[in-house]
Each structure stands twice: as C-alpha cells, then as structure tokens.
Design a protein around this ligand. Sequence first.
Ligand SMILES: Nc1nc2c(ncn2[C@@H]2O[C@H](COP(=O)(O)OP(=O)(O)OP(=O)(O)O)[C@@H](O)[C@H]2O)c(=O)[nH]1
Ligand SMILES: [Mg+2]
Length: 138
Amino acid sequence: MSTEETLILVKPDGVARGLTGEVLRRIEAKGYKIVDLRMVNASRELLEEHYEEHAGKPFFGPLVEFMASGPVVAVRASGNRVIEGFRSLAGATDPTVAAPGTIRGDLGRDWGAAVTQNIVHGSDSTLSAERELALWFA
Ligand SMILES: Nc1nc2c(ncn2[C@@H]2O[C@H](COP(=O)(O)OP(=O)(O)OP(=O)(O)O)[C@@H](O)[C@H]2O)c(=O)[nH]1
Ligand SMILES: [Mg+2]
C-alpha cells in the first residue's frame, strides 16, 4: 500500500460553471477520500508560489490572473496512488485533446482565452503534493 495525499483544485472556471459538485463526485466515485476542503480567494502571492515552476513562461502572468479571477475550491484527497490516479481522472492539460471520460475531456474545451482553462489542478508528484498542500492548507 502507498496511501498518500494530493492537492486538487477546482479552478475558477470550474467553480463559476457550477462543476464543483461534479468534480467532487468523480473523486469520491473513484474511491478517494476527501480529507479537507476549503473555498479560497487566492492571493497573487500564493498563486505565484503555487505555480513557481512556470515562472517566466509566456502563460505565467495570464495563469496567475485567471487563478485570481474567482474563488477556487481546494481539496485534500487521500488514497492509494491518488496523485497519479487523480491526474488520470483529470486528463490531458489541453481539454481539446483530453480523452472523453476524463474531467477535462468531458467538461472542458478551448475557449480561446490567453490561458488554458481546464477546470482542475492536481499535484504531479509526492514532492509537489507536500509542497502544495502546505501552501493551500497552511
Ligand atoms: N495558454 C497556455 N496555458 C498553459 C500552457 N501550459 C500550461 N498552461 C496552463 O498552466 C497550467 C499549469 O500547467 P502544467 O502544470 O504544465 O499543466 P497540468 O499539470 O496539466 O495542470 P495543473 O494541474 O493545473 O498544474 C495548466 O493547467 C494550464 O492552465 C500553454 O502552453 N499555454
Ligand atoms: Mg501542473
């Protein structure tokens, strides 16, 4: 067993479109446990730290602005291999190519915005999960 925790975010587009419940449903339907949950109006400072690996990329500024544009629902989820498992549930970053059956494939699409609006975030490694959980559930 490798029970672990991950940070999942329902991004502002997901919250605004009323998809929070659908995302939570999919997390629970898969059998992962929701351990903690909070709605956050994230500061730019928090978002710049969260996305520090992307600093300097052309989409960084628009990404931070998008993530600050409305409330985000932060979820601490646990389960065996939940980090990898939620990335599978979320699907590819670009919702146009994300496979049907995934959150981004079923519910997302390209809106032609400056930054890819793709409904959810999920930590991509144990190191990221620890770092991100400490930021969002400080
Ligand atoms: N416009 C644009 N946005 C991007 C691009 N790459 C990433 N993004 C946005 O930046 C976010 C973070 O990028 P990544 O960490 O590479 O993607 P990801 O791990 O699938 O998504 P997250 O779970 O949000 O971290 C993505 O979810 C998109 O919202 C890009 O090439 N163009
Ligand atoms: Mg990422």
